[in-house]
Design a protein around this ligand. Structure first.
Ligand code: GCV
Length: 724
């Protein structure tokens, strides 16, 4: 009998394990990484003893949100929610709160001084003779972040015994920037329309807004810019401010502040003034009154984001004033309310014939120290524009008296839009760990933006969002990882992108190591693959004009020279590459001397940046001993081979996850392979027509003629820039 019961027990256990291990029901990706599916029975057993009771307040909206999230998460992961109680009366309680909101926590007398306003600690303790896990912070939002961390431990099947976790964000502003227009379009957005339904706001607050806030809070994002940097001034009108206020209400419990992109000429466009000159007292008053109006209805409004005097946008230079004059008038308007101004450095002018890579530095470096203390300058990761690979931006480390924030592009404008599987973690990590050398070795970009290098307290990172109305939010399941890794690195820019990929895969798909390991490896290699099949060896901006889809290295059709691919690669019969050395545009001089010296020297320049800094003969001998022409072809071919390998890896993943997501990834990888081949063939066909050299032995010729690739047109590319 005993044996029978044992066998029956094992059978039930086996069936339950199989059910958990091999999900068969369709999933559409809506849950993102907050996918609280029932864990395997042995994991449930392991965590049950740590989740018997939940002791948490619910007097504030943030406390309620935290309680709801823990209940939802634990219910999903363990199959039942812990008992909600006011006092501890058994082992395995979870106690959440702040010393001021929870008498139980106050009694523990934990040292929370180092946690600041947003940090938390998670610790295994004994309370009144019972074991418990406490999630403690100085604020409700800190406790919410801690709750998400605790859930992540379970989702990724980590130990929750003997916990002693201290976390606080390294950066103050962790901001998503939406390039969304009021008409519903999203600039460079490949996941459907804007998620802000402006027409129905403020009365209809779609439940999706709350899920958006949950997702952001789960990775520590604490700000959102709702509209595109080239959006008009309408957002500042009373009607739209009511809509903005409604969104701010939804986000507030999750610790998310709302920011707006403003148009510098708003005082003229909606204010009826004749000028937007920042030194004009009427203009200054207009901005002050506008700020007062905003803060009356959104008391925790974050502040303004500005793109000025760049790519046709109005700005202070229209009146002979500087970027600092422009930023300061806005800064003065929001300062009494605790607001900040993010004044973008992505500035270059069509009237300036100098190397585009140099222009932001030249504009801003002389203004160092001339901005108000509530101004921070977003700097794109590289000096051109979010290319698959660029060296770090020379402004990092060059403006010691001014807070700089990192601007990353999460939406894959130049990296295959929604369909290509490109995990951006390695790109972000490469830039954050790049050494500016401004104060000797170890002056890495992460230390510039976390303020530790120059002692700034206003710090931040902003990411140009990839979110839209698609059910899976980002246009593909793997694009969710780019939102995720952005948030995690904004919390701590020294985290490893591999570790982040690992936790994301576990939470988003499965903890099965047979899936996790190969998929994480595939993600980690995916960025190098796209560099290889699009822009290897330091090439940049070979994308089709305007829409940036597909290869067009031959293109010289754009009105502006610095929007043309031929401007960037400068290929001729002798060689290829942009000479930015001291004998060329001298862009290298913008870096600290040891870095400048390295980039200035052909032999010392890392080959991944070779053609960014040097014009190199086709027969130049690379470190491999092969010629540059050979290596160029080899890299393009390697990129395609890598994508083939990614498809092969994914083929072996069939059956580990739900079919719906599996199939979509498989189809998208097929698109990626086709397009990688197109990139390779079109670029090789073109560069061969310039170099006049035969293909190295063993490499297949392009499938079609150069004429064919040049003839392709794409009038309805998604995410097209509406201001061009
Ligand atoms: C918002 C790139 C993109 C533009 C974008 C611009 C910017 O040039 O192509 O769509 O405009 O960057 O960051 O301002």
């Amino acid at each position: 009998m005993n044996a029978f019961i044992r066998t029956l027990g094992s059978l039930v256990f086996l069936i339950a394990t199989l059910l958990c291990a091999a999900p068969t029901h369709a999933e559409d990706g809506y849950d993102l990484w907050m996918r609280y599916h029932l864990l395997a029975p042995e994991q449930v057993k392991r965590y049950d003893s740590h989740a018997s009771q939940l002791i948490i307040g619910s007097t504030t909206p943030t406390q309620t949100a935290t309680r709801d999230e823990l209940q939802r998460g634990l219910n999903g992961l363990l199959g039942h929610a812990p008992l909600l109680s006011n006092d501890i009366n058994r082992n395995g309680a979870i106690i959440v709160g702040t010393p001021s909101s929870s008498p139980l926590i106050a009694r523990l007398k934990l040292d929370t001084t180092s946690l600041g306003n947003e940090g938390y600690l998670i610790r295994s303790v004994a309370v009144d003779g019972h074991t418990a896990t406490v999630i403690v912070a100085n604020t409700d939002v800190g406790a919410l972040y801690g709750a998400f961390h605790f859930l992540r431990l379970l989702q990724t099947e980590q130990s929750v015994d003997h916990l002693d976790i201290h976390e606080s964000p390294r950066l103050k502003l962790r901001v998503l920037e939406h390039w969304d227009y009021l008409n519903g379009q999203v600039e460079r957005g490949y996941a459907g329309a804007s998620i802000w339904d402006w027409w129905k706001l403020p009365d209809w607050r779609a439940p999706r807004y709350t899920d958006y806030a949950r997702a952001n809070a789960s990775i520590g994002i604490n700000g959102t810019v709702l509209n595109d940097v080239t959006d008009g001034a309408t957002i500042l009108t009373p009607t739209y401010l009511q809509k903005v206020a409604a969104l701010a209400d939804v986000f507030r419990p999750y610790g998310i502040r709302v920011y707006l992109s403003i148009r510098f000429s708003a005082p003229i466009e909606i204010g009826g003034l004749k000028t937007a000159d920042p030194l004009d007292p009427q203009v200054q008053r207009w901005w002050r009154e506008k700020a007062d109006e905003i803060y009356r209805i959104i008391p925790d409004f974050g502040g303004f984001l500005v793109k000025a005097n760049s790519e046709g946008q109005p700005g202070p230079e229209d009146y002979g004033r500087t970027h600092a004059d422009g930023a300061n008038v806005l800064a003065d308007a929001v300062a009494p309310h605790g607001g900040i101004v993010m004044w973008r450095t992505f500035v270059y002018s069509q009237n300036n014939p100098d190397d585009r890579a140099k222009q932001a530095y030249e504009e801003f470096k002389p203004l160092d120290g001339r901005f108000r203390s509530n101004v921070i300058l977003p700097v794109k990761n590289g000096p051109i524009d979010f290319q698959p690979r660029e060296p770090f931006h020379p402004l990092f480390g060059a403006m010691p008296k001014t807070p700089l924030m990192m601007e990353f592009e999460i939406t894959k404008e130049y990296l295959g839009f929604a369909t290509h599987l490109v995990y951006l973690g390695p790109l972000y990590e490469e830039v954050l760990s790049a050494d500016t050398m401004v104060h000797g070795k170890g002056s890495i970009v992460a230390k510039v933006i976390d303020g530790s290098l120059e002692g700034h307290t206003l710090t931040g990172m902003t990411g140009d969002s990839n979110i839209g109305t698609d059910r899976n939010w980002t246009g593909s399941d793997f694009n969710q990882a780019n939102w995720y890794v952005f948030g995690r690195l904004a919390w701590n820019p020294t985290l490893s992108s591999r570790a982040i990929a690992d936790e994301w895969v576990r939470m988003t798909f499965t903890n099965n190591n047979a899936f996790v390991k190969p998929v994480v490896d595939m993600m980690m290699g995916s960025r190098e693959a796209v560099v290889d099949y699009m822009t290897p060896l330091g090439l940049v901006h070979l994308m089709g004009p305007g829409h940036h889809y597909g290869p067009a290295p031959w293109d010289a059709s754009e009105s502006r020279a610095d929007w043309r691919p031929v401007y960037y690669h400068r290929a001729d019969h002798e060689g290829i590459g942009f000479d930015r050395t001291s004998t060329g545009s001298d862009a290298v001089a913008q870096y600290a001397p040891p870095v400048a010296e390295q980039f200035n020297d052909l032999k010392q320049t890392p080959e991944q940046f070779l053609l960014f800094f040097h014009h190199v003969p086709w027969d130049y001998r690379m470190r491999s001993g092969q010629t540059l022409w050979y290596e160029l072809v080899a890299h393009y071919s390697q990129g395609v081979d890598d994508v083939k390998q990614m498809r092969e890896t994914w083929r072996h993943m069939d059956g580990y996850i739900d079919d719906q997501r599996y199939q979509q990834v498989a189809s998208f990888l097929a698109i990626q392979q086709k397009e990688a081949q197109w990139w390779r063939d079109a670029c090789i066909a073109y560069f061969q027509s310039i170099s006049g050299l035969p293909l190295p032995p063993g490499y297949a010729p392009p499938e079609k003629s150069l004429k064919y690739y040049e003839s392709l047109t794409f009038p309805f590319v998604p995410g097209y820039s509406s201001w061009q």
